[in-house]
Design a binder for this molecule. Structure first.
Ligand SMILES: Nc1ncnc2c1ncn2[C@@H]1O[C@H](COP(=O)(O)OP(=O)(O)O)[C@@H](O)[C@H]1O
Ligand SMILES: [Mg+2]
Length: 159
């Protein structure tokens, strides 16, 4: 497979939700999805798609910008974090990511604000490519768990 298969451009929010829902099929507790990109790039929309793919009502997904952490499902099916308010160099020790990941996968918005390398995330970069167009690509795939990269390739291929 070539590098292009690691990226796609969606045309509308439903496309972003759909590729995320397909990725969710390959996720399990312990998996971390790190999302970066500017405001409006579709990070929260992507998490809505993950939730949907994990069997959670996507309407419960809200931007947790003012909350830092939402958990969806009981027992947990997805953790949703947003580091925006913490800003660059965010300390995340209090969030107990290890503990959260025991119960479910996690998605983190503004992931670049913290050092998440110890958790070996799948890093996705979202960018605004037009009114309804959002480019989504995986960053540093060689550093990510191969299983997660494979799940992402399968999600992209399913579009
Ligand atoms: N292809 C697309 N994918 C995702 N969102 C899109 C797309 N096209 C337009 N949008 C709009 O862009 C905005 C994305 O918002 P949101 O998911 O909250 O972004 P972020 O969390 O990155 O700030 C929404 O208003 C959504 O309707
Ligand atoms: Mg958001």
């Amino acid at each position: 497979m070539n590098g292009a298969a690691l990226a796609l451009t969606t045309d509308g929010v439903s496309g972003t939700e759909a590729v995320a829902a397909r990725l969710a099929a390959g996720l399990r507790p312990g998996d971390l999805i790190a999302l970066d990109g500017p405001l409006g790039a579709g990070k929260t929309a992507f998490v809505r798609g993950l939730a949907s793919g994990l069997g959670v009502d996507p309407r419960v997904v809200k931007s947790p910008t003012f909350v830092l952490h939402h958990v969806y499902g009981a027992p947990p099916r997805l953790h949703h974090l947003d580091l925006y308010r913490l800003g660059p160099g965010a300390g995340i020790g209090l969030l107990d990511l290890d503990g959260l990941l025991e119960s479910a996968p996690a998605a983190v918005e503004w992931a670049g604000y913290a050092d998440l390398e110890p958790w070996r995330p799948l890093r996705l970069l979202l960018d605004i490519a037009g009114d309804q167009l959002r480019h989504i690509e995986v960053r540093a795939p060689d550093d990510a768990p191969p299983r997660l990269v494979a799940a992402w390739r399968a999600a992209v291929a399913g579009t």
